[in-house]
Design a protein around this ligand. Structure first.
Ligand SMILES: [Zn+2]
Length: 199
């Protein structure tokens, strides 16, 4: 079984923000697909092992998590965290679509021709929709969005979840810094962190 891409498996507060992001993106002529939503703890453990443990061990963990095996070439780091917001249904990963409707992972691509790279534009739209964008993380994860409602990891592990969405909620005040300028190579390398799926 592949990782879940089902938006229904997200917490309602996150799903509402995803819908808001879809609306904002479509107003800008941007389309995206979901590549990962909810992950189980065994799935995250198997993904974390990827690129860090030998292939045989990774595939044993993947089998235990109900995931199909990967090849040696695919045994690369795809996640930076042992515990992921995906496990709580609070995060999703996206892939933007190019002019032909195919998923792409190019930081410089500007399909809507407004002079803003699509991934950065989508990240800002996600923030406008009340989401945290992985592009701001210290190890940037440009395809990742999450919403924790201010709950700590400890609280989440205790089973607490953010409340229902407040539609009026906008981006945080005090404006997050612009993502640092990065080379395409950097982006492509980092991008692997948000591409745990086989095409
Ligand atoms: Zn993610």
């Amino acid at each position: 079984m592949p990782l879940s891409r089902d938006p229904q498996r997200l917490e309602p507060s996150v799903r509402a923000r995803l819908q808001a992001l879809r609306r904002l993106a479509s107003q800008r002529g941007l389309s995206f697909i979901l590549t990962s939503t909810l992950r189980t703890a065994p799935e995250q453990e198997a993904l974390y092992a990827q690129g860090r443990r030998p292939l045989q061990e990774v595939n044993a963990l993947r089998a235990r998590a109900g995931l199909e095996p990967i090849t040696e070439a695919e045994n690369r780091i795809v996640t930076w965290t042992k515990v992921s917001m995906h496990q709580f249904g609070l995060a999703f990963d996206v892939a933007l679509l190019d002019e032909g409707g195919r998923p792409h992972w190019e930081l410089a691509k500007d399909t809507n021709g407004n002079g803003r790279p699509d991934y950065l534009e989508l990240g800002e739209l996600g923030e406008a929709a009340g989401l945290q964008w992985g592009g701001r993380f210290s190890s940037p994860d440009y395809c990742h969005f999450q919403y924790t409602g201010g709950l700590s990891l400890q609280e989440l592990l205790q089973g607490r979840r953010p409340g229902e969405p407040s539609p009026a909620e906008g981006p945080p005040q005090g404006a997050a810094p612009e993502p640092r300028a990065r080379t395409i190579t950097h982006f492509i390398r980092r991008f692997l962190a948000c591409f745990p799926l086989r095409p």
